[in-house]
Design a protein around this ligand. Structure first.
Ligand SMILES: NC(=O)c1ccc[n+]([C@@H]2O[C@H](COP(=O)([O-])OP(=O)(O)OC[C@H]3O[C@@H](n4cnc5c(N)ncnc54)[C@H](OP(=O)(O)O)[C@@H]3O)[C@@H](O)[C@H]2O)c1
Length: 249
């Protein structure tokens, strides 16, 4: 396996059943990381774990709904039980149900806040005591270019959640450097994943599929995450913004 700074690191990835999370798990395992894949669709996770193992890598899967704090705590416990520590947490699970505010999809507003913001916070709460004890760690949060610019009508609540992830990551960085814990925010533009399918209206999904025709592949983001992890321990990559060349905002 690899000889980089990634080799032998224990990396927990939420939202690893598809898209960016799945691609990141595969890439990091190829570099010799011990990967813990988490999401709700256990069958998908198990298939990915098998593929990683067949290629000579090490991985386990844990069924987790990140909106449930106890499940996120159990995820980190499973990582520590299996591999002895957690070096990196990639808070990647996210949803993007696009709809105008006037449609009043309040349940979808709640769910975005629960997954995109509270899920990240539950990850931090679960992993922090371990990283403090280790006196080292790395928290990588997936924000979005929509955390930098607002896309409306349609993305108002999603943008607010990603803006929150941005503020949280900056605050975490300021608070956790004293514990030798690195914090990185990755803000992608359009990435070809299942994300546009999380909108509830078929017309919106169709529109998004059209928009996503210029999307970049998920491994573009996986490479950026690997880059942040492989830096020497005294070098912290704070922010990475990555767009498809063809995307104007
Ligand atoms: N694709 C883009 O254009 C883009 C751009 C900027 C930022 N991002 C961000 O990148 C991250 C990954 O998204 P993606 O594009 O790879 O989308 P994706 O293919 O839809 O993947 C989303 C992942 O999140 C998981 N997830 C959703 N709800 C969950 C929950 N309650 N508990 C646990 N896991 C949950 C899904 O797994 P299960 O359904 O199996 O639970 C899935 O593995 C998200 O935070 C997204 O906001 C994506």
């Amino acid at each position: 396996m690899g000889t980089s700074n990634i080799a032998d690191k224990v990396v927990v990835i939420t939202g690893a059943s598809s898209g960016i999370g799945a691609s990141t798990a595969t890439l990091l395992a190829r570099h010799g990381a011990k990967v813990v894949l988490a999401a709700r669709r256990k069958d998908r996770l198990d298939a990915a774990v098998q593929e990683i193992a067949a290629a000579g890598g090490q991985a386990i899967s844990v069924a987790v709904d990140v909106t449930k704090r106890a499940e996120v705590e159990a995820l980190i416990r499973a990582a520590v039980d299996s591999f002895g520590r957690v070096d990196v947490l990639v808070n990647n699970a996210g949803i993007m149900p696009i709809a105008p505010i006037e449609a009043l999809k309040v349940e979808e507003w709640d769910l975005q806040i629960d997954v995109n913001i509270k899920g990240v916070l539950y990850g931090v709460a679960a992993v922090l005591p371990h990283m403090q004890k280790q006196k080292s760690g790395h928290i990588i949060n997936l924000a979005s270019v929509f955390g930098i610019k607002v896309f409306a009508p349609g993305g108002t609540v999603y943008c607010a959640t990603k803006s929150a992830v941005r503020a949280l990551t900056e605050g975490l960085r300021m608070e956790l450097h004293a514990h030798n814990i690195r914090c990185t925010m990755v803000s992608p533009g359009a990435v070809a994943t299942e994300l546009p399918e999380s909108s509830s209206e078929e017309a919106t999904r169709k529109h998004l599929r059209e928009f996503y025709k210029m999307a970049m592949p998920a491994n573009a983001i996986a490479s950026a995450i690997a880059y942040a992890i492989e830096q020497p321990a005294d070098v912290e990559i704070d922010e990475i913004v990555i767009r498809p060349t063809a995307q104007d905002f």
